[in-house]
Design a protein around this ligand. Structure first.
Ligand SMILES: NC(=O)c1ccc[n+]([C@@H]2O[C@H](COP(=O)([O-])OP(=O)(O)OC[C@H]3O[C@@H](n4cnc5c(N)ncnc54)[C@H](OP(=O)(O)O)[C@@H]3O)[C@@H](O)[C@H]2O)c1
Length: 239
């Protein structure tokens, strides 16, 4: 079984690389900047789990990059069984200060990138499952500074439903909507004291462990979720 995870060098994507490798999958992942880290992960995964693991420097919002990765993956792996659209960016800024280019960049990576990757890689999935990582922000629009991010994730929730229709009955498509997780993304635009205030809002009074989110992603891609399709499942501790 082969899985492609976008954005596998850090945070949830890296957790998913290890989760699927531990479960015996050959793992393909990509990244945009972290070349050294990607090579370390590749080697570590092969050594620890004895599966194939290949990484690609590929910006998901660049169709040429994606086509190049697609051709190489097709040659090396032939087909994939699971696709996890995980890579995303955020860029917090209030309405009057947010530039059009910032807004477009977030939409380009998170929404258009998910579309480009799915357009090509669904063509080498005979059966299986696509999981889109969205956010509770795309459902509840929690933070006004993340208007582009929330809009992109709401867009991906919509894509989840249309892809489910398009790719049925052989490929199921679902989304997982995490709340706060302790990753680079969550520390980027917010300071420590604000993060502590956020924890108070969460019913479980803590951020998700990455494995708690990865477990739900893995469940949705497994046969145990064989009748779940077109759904978005929040994993936010009750925000
Ligand atoms: N963190 C949270 O609290 C939180 C909450 C809700 C939802 N989420 C969602 O969960 C997912 C993972 O988030 P995270 O916090 O783990 O993110 P992260 O730590 O910032 O890691 C992002 C990953 O995506 C890659 N990436 C970024 N832009 C890319 C591009 N244009 N093309 C290819 N790869 C790209 C990065 O590669 P490089 O290392 O090369 O930069 C990195 O591997 C995202 O979809 C995010 O929206 C996160």
């Amino acid at each position: 079984m082969n899985v492609l995870i976008t954005g596998g060098t850090r945070g949830l994507g890296k957790e998913l690389v290890y989760k699927y490798a531990k479960e015996g999958y050959n793992v393909i992942f990509n990244y945009v900047n972290s070349s050294d880290r990607a090579l370390e992960i590749e080697k570590d995964v092969k050594d620890k789990f004895g599966v194939k693991c290949t990484s690609y420097k590929c910006d998901i919002s660049n169709e040429e990059d994606v086509l190049k990765m697609f051709d190489e993956v097709k040659k090396e792996f032939n087909s994939i069984d699971v696709l996890v659209n995980n890579a995303a960016i955020s860029c917090d800024n209030e309405l009057s200060k947010k530039s059009v280019s910032e807004f477009k960049k977030v939409i380009d990576v998170n929404l258009v990138g998910t579309f480009i990757i799915s357009k090509y890689f669904s063509q080498i999935m005979n059966k299986g499952s696509i999981i889109n990582i969205v956010s509770n922000d795309g459902i509840d629009t929690c933070y006004k500074e993340e208007m582009d991010y929330a809009a992109s994730k709401a867009g991906v929730i919509s894509l989840t439903k249309t892809f489910a229709k398009e790719l049925a009955p052989n490929i199921r498509v679902n989304a997982v909507a995490p709340g706060w997780m302790d990753t680079d993304m969550s520390k980027k635009d917010i300071d420590e004291s604000e993060l502590e205030l956020e924890k108070e809002i969460i019913l479980l009074k803590r951020f998700a462990k990455l494995e708690e989110v990865a477990n739900v992603v893995f469940f949705l891609s497994s046969d145990k979720a064989s009748y779940i399709n077109g759904e978005t499942i929040k994993v936010d501790g009750g925000y």
